[in-house]
Design a protein around this ligand. Structure first.
Ligand code: MN3
Length: 243
C-alpha cells in the first residue's frame, strides 16, 4: 500500500468508527425520548428507526422475521406511499392521518401503502422487549368494556384468528368514544373512511403471514398468544390517554 492510500485508508476507517458511535448515541437518545415522554399519536411519512434490536423480541418474535418485516415489507410501504403522495399531490410534511381519513378519495396504491406504512409504524412502537402490564385509564376502560383483561384478550385473539387471509386486529376508540375491537382486511385500518368500524387505533396486531410464518408457520394462534408477551402496554396507555 502506498503511503497516500494508506493514509486515506486510516482516515476513512476513523470516519466509519466515528459514524458508528454517533449512530449508537442517537439511537440511545431516541430510546430515552420514546420511553420517558408521552406517545406522539401523529405518524409521519418517514420510516423511523426501530428502538430495539431485531432479536430483542425473541423468542416471541424472531430476529429474521423482524429484520425482513422492517427492512423489506415496511420499507416498501414507506417508499410506495411517498410515490403515491408525489403522484396525487399530497404534502408529506402533513400528518398521514389526514390522508387516511379521506382515503376513498385516493388511489388503491395510496390506500394499500398509506395504510401499510401507518400500520407498521404504529406496530413497531406497540412492541417492547420489556414486559409490561395494563395500567391507569386504559386498564380501567378494558375492564369496563370487556369485563376483564382475560376476556379482552380472548375477544381480541378471536378477531385476529378469524380475519380471513391478510389483515390486522385492532383495539380502538370508536367514534362514540367507546373502546372496541375490530379487524380490517389487507392494510386498511380504523382511521380510514372505508373502515367498517371507524375510530382511532390504540394498537393493532399484524396477522399477515409475513409477520409470523418463519417461526409459527400455520399456527397463527401461537403467534397471537406470544404477542401479549411483547405488547408495550405503557405505550398503549399513553396513546389511549391522548385519544
Ligand atoms: Mn406486516
Amino acid at each position: 500500500m502506498k503511503k497516500t492510500s494508506r493514509r486515506k485508508f486510516i482516515i476513512s476507517s476513523a470516519a466509519v468508527t466515528a459514524g458508528s458511535i454517533i449512530a449508537a448515541s442517537s439511537i440511545n437518545k431516541l430510546f430515552a425520548a420514546e420511553t420517558s415522554t408521552t406517545a406522539a399519536n401523529a405518524i409521519s411519512f418517514d420510516q423511523q428507526p426501530l428502538i430495539y434490536a431485531y432479536n430483542a423480541l425473541e423468542p416471541s418474535i424472531d430476529a429474521m422475521t423482524m429484520e425482513i418485516h422492517y427492512t423489506k415489507h415496511a420499507a416498501a410501504y414507506c417508499k410506495n406511499v411517498k410515490e403515491a403522495a408525489a403522484a396525487e399531490g399530497v404534502d408529506i410534511k402533513k400528518p398521514i392521518e389526514e390522508v387516511l381519513k379521506n382515503i376513498s378519495k385516493y388511489s388503491v396504491k395510496m390506500r394499500n401503502n398509506a395504510g401499510g406504512h401507518y400500520n407498521h409504524e404504529l406496530f413497531w412502537r406497540t412492541l417492547s422487549p420489556k414486559a409490561t402490564q395494563p395500567s391507569g385509564k386504559l386498564a380501567d376502560a378494558i375492564t369496563k368494556s370487556f369485563g376483564s383483561l382475560d376476556e379482552f384478550k380472548k375477544q381480541f385473539g378471536d378477531a385476529a384468528k378469524s380475519r380471513f387471509g391478510s389483515g390486522w386486529a385492532w383495539l380502538l376508540v370508536n367514534n362514540d368514544k367507546k373502546l372496541v375491537i375490530s379487524s380490517t382486511p389487507n392494510q386498511d385500518n380504523p382511521l380510514m373512511d372505508v373502515a367498517e368500524v371507524k375510530g382511532t387505533p390504540v394498537f393493532g396486531l399484524d396477522v399477515w403471514e409475513h409477520a409470523y410464518y418463519l417461526k409459527y408457520q400455520n399456527k397463527r394462534a401461537d403467534y397471537i398468544d406470544a404477542f401479549w408477551k411483547v405488547l408495550n402496554w405503557d405505550f398503549a396507555g399513553e396513546r389511549f390517554d391522548a385519544i
